[in-house]
Design a protein around this ligand. Structure first.
Ligand SMILES: [Zn+2]
Length: 443
């Protein structure tokens, strides 16, 4: 097994990762034993199986023996700033949780600093559990983007739009989006998006303008879609069509669109999402915790829809560990559709290459292939729960946890080595987060 870019391999790599079992997640799902992966200018230039590491003077060498090496995990839907509200309101259904607890708390505490510290905190947890790309939606999102820039992770940062009441605010909304886009344009690993909250969070007169704005600016649109039965019923009562059909009618789906949840959908909705290539993000733990239901992931995938896995915010999960999420996602679909309807390999694809496709980034990340960005992780297999391993996909889906992640690389830069985060000052961020927690707890 040799895959190389012959011209570039003659150059000295910036980074070599060697000795692990590499899951490429390429179209053949090739697994390469004793893999050596060479990286130059942030991109993979060679992946090959080796007996001994090829001796060369790569600027940086990572020993991945006794590790599974795979593309970095992708969190398709989260609100990173919400880590500062983790555990503040549990055991409530979605709409009371939002209206009685979360929205008032965000109104009281939401600020640039709150989002900045919350996003730094979230990224520590995400790096430590293998995430290399996340799709975020929150207020003061330029602060989240700044935190992404500092951590070395890759982020789609969607500025939220919620509770818009009238057209008189229109000019302000779009000038604020303009301002947001100019604030984040210097961050190379941040992908801008706008994130109109949901059918119920934005007024009808604004939706069409949001859609046109995104289209003109070529922005991804990230929204919550049909998370609860009540959301679907209210929309049917008010508009006589489902939210999915309403958004098709106003042209929202002509954008690169990413819909989170999609729990309560009709067969017609599934057809609409499929023909418009809307990426869907499944958030099983949040859906379970808020009691909203189980998204029909098997049916969505059968219809050709690309699915990503998300944690949602830490206040409704309550952690950002995607491997834990994968285990639950898989078992829920088995419960709904039977054993084998969704497999261990399927869920690892959803965490990587298929998740990248749902976010329209599979040309860049999601698999270990020559030419792609070197966004990858190494997961240690030295623990008891990883011994023996007959099938690495099974291990990742059913047994591994985020704390097994040993190394993390994004765009060829090492951001965690031997579980030490190299880009962020972990102890001072935790201290700041604790100080925020004390202030919020007194409120
Ligand atoms: Zn959400």
């Amino acid at each position: 097994m040799i895959m190389t870019d012959e011209k570039k391999i003659k150059k000295i790599p910036d980074l070599t990762i060697w000795g692990g079992t590499a899951l490429t997640l390429n179209s053949k799902n090739e697994v390469i034993l004793n893999a050596q992966i060479d990286v130059l200018h942030g991109r993979i230039i060679s992946i090959q199986s080796i007996d001994k590491p090829i001796v060369h003077s790569a600027k940086k060498v990572i020993d991945a023996r006794n590790c599974i090496v795979l593309p970095g995990l992708i969190n398709g839907h989260t609100h990173t700033g919400m880590t500062l509200l983790r555990g503040i309101a549990d055991d409530m259904p979605l709409h009371s949780w939002l209206n009685e607890k979360i929205f008032p708390l965000e109104k009281k505490w939401g600020s640039k600093e709150f989002v900045y510290v919350g996003t730094l905190l979230a990224q520590i947890e995400m790096i430590r559990s293998g995430t290399t790309l996340f799709n975020d939606m929150y207020y003061f999102e330029s602060s989240a983007a700044r935190a992404v820039h500092e951590s070395g992770l890759r982020g789609i940062c969607g500025q939220t739009l919620v509770e818009i009441s009238g057209v008189e605010d229109t000019n302000k909304i779009f000038s604020q989006f303009d301002e947001y886009l100019s604030e984040i344009e210097s961050y190379p690993r941040v992908i801008p998006a706008i994130a109109p909250h949901s059918i119920y969070g934005v007024s009808d007169s604004i939706w069409e303008q949001v859609s046109n704005y995104a289209f003109q600016k070529k922005l991804r649109v990230h929204l919550h879609l049909q998370e609860t039965a009540a959301e679907l019923e209210d929309c049917l009562k008010k508009r006589k069509i489902t939210p999915t059909a309403f958004f098709e009618k106003i042209g929202l789906w002509k954008n690169k669109a990413i819909a989170a949840h999609v729990v309560c959908v009709t067969p017609e909705d599934i057809e609409i999402l499929s023909r418009n290539q809307v990426g869907v993000v499944h958030n099983p733990e949040s859906n379970l915790k808020l009691g909203t239901g189980i998204a029909p992931i098997v049916k969505l995938r059968k219809a050709g829809i690309k699915v990503s896995l998300g944690t949602d915010g830490a206040a409704s999960n309550n952690n950002l560990d995607l491997l834990q999420e994968a285990d639950i996602a898989l078992k829920l679909q088995i419960l709904q559709y039977g054993v084998g309807a969704l497999t261990a390999l399927d869920i690892v694809k959803i965490l990587t290459i298929e998740g990248a496709a749902a976010l329209k980034l599979d040309h860049e990340v999601g698999s270990l292939e020559v030419g792609k960005s070197a966004d990858l992780i190494a997961i240690s297999t030295e623990q008891a729960h990883a011994t023996p391993i007959y099938n690495p996909f099974s291990h990742l889906a059913y047994s591994a946890s985020g704390s097994d992640v040993k190394h993390s690389v994004v765009g060829g830069s090492v951001i965690m080595e031997n579980r030490k985060i190299l880009t962020l000052d972990e102890s001072s961020i935790l201290e700041e987060a604790r100080a925020w927690g004390s202030r919020i707890a007194q409120f």
